[in-house]
Design a protein around this ligand. Structure first.
Ligand code: EPU
Length: 418
């Protein structure tokens, strides 16, 4: 077991380079199951979720070759299994992408119900609705989802809920269907576009990704190729918020500024300076933080995955801020940890009312999930004294070299075995 020990008070300064997007790569690696031939994937973040999903592909029979820490080659041509048992999938929520990918490949998939971060109820009814519309029979038995059909039939599907996972899963299942599948009320997140671009680079015919209507024209086969993962919007936002919280001056490099607009706008509202460049943003703050209200929404709204980090910022802003969680039923488990550091926050259902305090004070805290873990680290960087962050397995799932990057920006942070 390990913990991070952070001595607060240092302003973050310098440059940091953002890695490839976790939520794109955890869909693109399973998507390789649809490809006959070798896929070379570049800008792959070196995070535990990637190790886990690569392992799942290997267990299904894929050959995966690491060219270096951030480039992999995957050959799924000899895969002949469509079964992913609980032992294989329990470590990550995104293992549900095996359903769409195996269906697209074999017209059949048996995948255990996945694990992952706990934000209350996490249904997959929209994934199933999409598969059924494509002519797939879906049954759940003993914790395993059995999906099968003789032939995936293109269909028009209206999603009842804007869902990243369901949108991608239907794209994966439909990519080789006969005819044109239309997904309406589709999610628009940057990683949806990245998955579509990957599939198109391999020979698929997908139009409209990034809008709420996606058209998937079935193709006979996907052949291999090379693809580079987009920069991680949430990692970029995490560093932007960390820079603002510490009153520092950081250039966050290898970003797509368009993907960061909701974050940039909110930081400016809070009295933080943000300059945009072609593929970088500079974030710096010299004046006090001002209160703001934040409502998380599907893209292009403010991302739910940055709700915990931004709450740390608001915890130190003058006045009363209101944070409304608009995506998940329950994503405030970390607030109790933040309160132990002196934050003044009341939670009522999906709303947190945050009274800014003059300072946070270091304390032992735990990462209750991935983004909550990042929030605890930011809180430790700005707090008075020493903060210990426990349960690092969550942070390691999704941030590449997190403490090394923060250390290079001047944070006093070290990882210690316990
Ligand atoms: N929903 C349904 N039915 C479904 C699917 C979703 O009701 O069939 C609901 C969910 O309960 C939730 C909302 O729709 O209230 C949005 O869920 P979505 O399906 O979009 O979430 P996801 O695909 O399971 C991805 C990210 C999450 C991120 C959400 C929202 C991946 C691997 N995960 O989850 O990322 O919070 O989209 O943007 O892409 C993270 O990176 O820390 C993380 C949790």
């Amino acid at each position: 077991m390990e913990k991070l020990v952070i001595t607060g008070g240092n302003k973050l300064k310098g440059e940091v380079t953002v890695s490839g997007a976790k939520n794109a790569v955890v869909a693109i690696i399973p998507a390789a199951l649809l490809v006959e031939g070798v896929c070379r994937i570049e800008n792959v973040p070196d995070i535990n979720d990637v190790t886990v999903i690569v392992d799942m592909l290997k267990q299904l029979g894929s050959a995966v070759n690491y060219i270096n820490n951030n480039t992999i080659e995957i050959d799924c041509s000899v895969v002949n299994s469509y079964t992913a048992p609980y032992e294989m999938v329990k470590k990550m929520r995104a293992s549900y992408y095996l359903l769409g990918a195996l269906l697209g490949r074999f017209n059949k998939a048996e995948v255990a119900f996945p694990g992952g971060c706990d934000f209350g109820v996490r249904p997959i009814d929209q994934h199933i609705k999409g598969f059924e519309a494509l002519g797939v029979k879906v049954e759940m038995e003993h914790g395993v989802i059995h999906a099968c059909t003789d032939k995936i039939a293109a269909a028009q599907i209206y999603m009842d809920v804007v869902s990243v996972g369901a949108t991608i899963n239907v794209m994966l299942a439909a990519v080789k269907a006969d005819g044109i599948t239309i997904i309406e009320n589709a999610a628009k997140e940057p990683h949806i576009v990245d998955v579509a671009n990957f599939l198109n680079a391999m020979g698929a015919n997908i139009r409209g990704a990034g809008t709420d209507v996606i058209k998937v024209k079935g193709v006979d086969k996907l052949t291999g190729g090379t693809y580079s993962i987009i920069p991680d919007q949430i990692e970029a936002g995490t560093f932007m918020i960390a820079a603002a919280a510490s009153g520092g001056d950081v250039v966050v490099k290898n970003v797509i500024p368009k993907h960061l607009e909701s974050i940039t706008a909110k930081l400016i509202e809070m009295n933080v300076n943000v300059d945009e460049y072609d593929d970088a943003v500079r974030v710096w703050r010299t004046d006090k933080l001002l209160k703001a209200n934040v409502k998380t929404l599907p893209y292009p709204g403010f991302p739910t995955d940055l709700q915990p980090p931004v709450a740390v910022l608001l915890a130190m802003a003058e006045g009363t801020s209101i944070v409304t969680e608009g995506v998940w039923d329950s994503r405030f488990q970390y607030i109790d940890e933040l309160k132990r550091m002196g934050a003044n926050i009341k939670v009522e259902g999906r709303v947190a009312v945050i009274e800014g305090v003059a300072k946070l004070s270091g304390a032992p805290v735990k990462a209750t999930d991935l983004r909550a873990g990042a929030a605890m680290v930011i809180a430790g960087i700005v707090a008075d004294g020493i903060t210990e962050v426990h349960d690092l397995k969550h942070i390691d799932r999704g941030y590449e070299n997190f403490e090394a990057k923060l250390l290079s920006l001047g944070a006093d942070i070290k990882r210690i075995k316990i």
